[in-house]
Design a protein around this ligand. Sequence first.
Ligand SMILES: Nc1nc2c(c(=O)[nH]1)N[C@H]1C(S)=C(S)[C@@H](COP(=O)(O)OP(=O)(O)OC[C@H]3O[C@@H](n4cnc5c(=O)[nH]c(N)nc54)[C@H](O)[C@@H]3O)O[C@H]1N2
Ligand SMILES: Nc1nc2c(c(=O)[nH]1)N[C@H]1C(S)=C(S)[C@@H](COP(=O)(O)OP(=O)(O)OC[C@H]3O[C@@H](n4cnc5c(=O)[nH]c(N)nc54)[C@H](O)[C@@H]3O)O[C@H]1N2
Ligand code: SF4
Ligand SMILES: [Mo]
Length: 729
Amino acid sequence: MAAATQSGPFRIVHTICSHDCPDSCAVLVTVNSDGRAIKVQGDPSHPVTQGFLCGKVAKYLDRVYSPQRILHPLRRRPGIPKGPLGENGKTGRELDAFEQITWDEALTAIASRLQQIATTYGPESILPYSYAGTIGLLGYGSMDRRFFHRLGASQLDRTICAEAGGQAFKLVYGKKLGTPNEEFPKSRLIIAWGANIHGTNVHLWPFVEEARRNGARLIVIDPYRTRTAALADWHISIRPGTDAALALGLMHVILRDGLEDRAYIDEMTHGFAPLAERVREYTPERVAFWTGLTPAEIEQLAREYATTTPAALRMNYGVQRSENGGTAVRAIAMLPALTGAWRHPGGGAQLSMSGAFQWNSAAIERPELMLASPLGRPARIVNMSRLGHALTELGTQPEDGPGNNPRVHALFVYNSNPAAIAPNLNDVRRGMLRPDLFTVVHEQFLTDTTDYADFVLPATTFLEHTDIQGAYGHYFVQQSNQAIAPVGESRSNVWLFAQLAERCGFDQDCFHDTPDEMIRQALNLDATGHSQNPGMEHITPESLAAQGHIPLRFPAGQQRPFVTGPVPTPTGKIEFYSEALAAEGKDPLPAFIPPTESRLSPAAARFPLEFLPRKADNYMNSTFANLDGHRKMEAATNHRLEIHFTDAAARNIHDGDPVRIWNDRGTLHLTALISEKVTPGVVASRLDWAKLTPGGQNVNTLTSERLTDIGQAATFYSTLVEVASIKAS
Ligand SMILES: Nc1nc2c(c(=O)[nH]1)N[C@H]1C(S)=C(S)[C@@H](COP(=O)(O)OP(=O)(O)OC[C@H]3O[C@@H](n4cnc5c(=O)[nH]c(N)nc54)[C@H](O)[C@@H]3O)O[C@H]1N2
Ligand SMILES: Nc1nc2c(c(=O)[nH]1)N[C@H]1C(S)=C(S)[C@@H](COP(=O)(O)OP(=O)(O)OC[C@H]3O[C@@H](n4cnc5c(=O)[nH]c(N)nc54)[C@H](O)[C@@H]3O)O[C@H]1N2
Ligand code: SF4
Ligand SMILES: [Mo]
């Protein structure tokens, strides 16, 4: 599909859905002669998109043209305190807090305030906060990175999503690569492990269905009965946070019964002997006690996995949002190395394919600009999963000060909605309410976060700017072309940070780069105009613009990774035993340790229920939750706490009762939904905008800022709570 084709009075433009989803769909946008988008559809010529979009993005024009879009730059009115206006659970008054200003006024005021803060407190007192509102390469991180590096602002460690699992996978395999979707139809057994394929990765589903038509079985390992689990041949409702135990138990059975692939292990792996020794303690009986499975189920799963060829594991990031989730991913990732599943077409594992896209990120992000900043050195790094701490505690010790670990005095948010998605929300809000904190938010909508802003700036959607994109669920390089003019006065992230750089007087040439120039830099062109990035050598900017999507090219026989060595780890082998972890003083082998907040831990005496603060199938994290059409699709569980009838009965809770859910970090008010989607001891609710929830609190009021064992990532799914009926109390 070319960048744009004319069809009568209409243009059809090739774009890419830039939401944080493994599928990165090719989206064709039909634009009428007035320049208005009138239709979005999945590109039928894209082998993974296959001509369809998920329910969220099928309705995308409701978002692009929503009457709730932010159309102009806004400044907080004098005297209006920060925080949500109006009754709890009601929106609609947000604009009362702000006055409309011009872009020029906004940019001038923001640039001068940031510079003043940098001079007074040191530039590290400025904290950018962004994640994956767009995963377009330029929108996610390019001009923004350059700007903050040159300013000397704190660096953000972007750990909120995938760092535990990503680093864990890399410890075993060196690189995030996996079995391509197109190979799944050859599988005879597919295990979705902490992966809600139908909800969060729906373009893998047709390949799974095809495999099942060919006779494959689908097993889902998930503490919640997702739609994927309900559609599976076998749903294993594991207890949250116990996956490492299960993986080690499977290894125990596989090695006890001699079901491993010795030739593969000898050729491809490092540290087999100590691993074999370690897994001897993980008998099915012990593992059953931790995981809630029966020993027979563990035996059956191990045998089925090790004796079915080809067998594919689809892990997603559900497993690693748990305190020991890094180790869990590491242990699971070792399974196909023990059985040699990588050898077989349709076998292996998939967590993320992002490692295959080797963009020239240094050219895009320009980290060396930190040396040109007033700091003259790399800035400190602040972990985004501890925003509450960063805003309330960081820089408050006696030895801290302007030149040395200052307090955060400016928060610049884009591509993210931290007042909804960050853990330990009460601390986040306490921080955002600080009168001495200057906050700018670049957004499409008046979110929970804009309620705390001094300035709100209108942002474009992927229909309104140009970008390129890889994917973490397939191997296509794609270009997203601007289909329509920016709605209102909205502007792209690239434009915004180039403008601020100019206002701050940054004179490096790179601040004048256009999106097209940055695309060329990312592709790292040689003299013939071809990319020099590994796997992209056949791509030119022209061919990408003309074709829209082009698959990466792998050396012969390497489309499916880890069939032969070497493996990009320090030993050149798949690492069961990690010297790197040993050097950090950590256990070099996987082991099961219960999370600090789990039914197996002392904290359960006060807060006995394990809480799953889940993603919604019809939202994208907090995105879409404010749109009526999307809310209707989620109506069955909006504002609901899902609880098993045994836990409900023990607390005299009936379906439809108002309930209070609490722990030491906060309290949430929801309505009970007696549900068999959760097992006894587990309760669940969905992420939503806080201000759209009664009481103005969402699930992250209850989650903690504790970090994972590997990757320093967020631990949303290791949360204990207690629940009571409000009627009864
Ligand atoms: N519709 C929709 N699609 C999305 C998103 C969305 O919000 N909505 N979010 C996007 C983002 S940001 C990401 S990172 C990807 C992630 O996609 P996924 O990784 O699939 O996301 P999760 O829903 O966090 O986790 C998957 C499943 O893991 C389960 N789980 C929770 N704890 C455990 C555990 O301890 N063990 C096991 N085995 N399973 C557990 C959850 O119940 C959930 O069903 O999806 C993206 N796609
Ligand atoms: N309880 C709980 N909390 C979670 C999770 C969970 O499963 N449960 N999941 C976690 C995970 S995996 C993730 S990835 C994070 C996601 O956290 P975020 O990355 O903050 O994701 P969203 O909630 O989708 O918010 C993205 C915002 O970016 C805006 N946006 C979109 N495009 C652009 C753009 O081009 N420019 C600008 N400036 N803004 C744009 C959107 O309007 C939206 O408000 O949430 C985490 N929080
Ligand atoms: S959210 Fe995911 S499935 Fe939906 S259109 Fe975007 S990339 Fe495709
Ligand atoms: Mo994520």
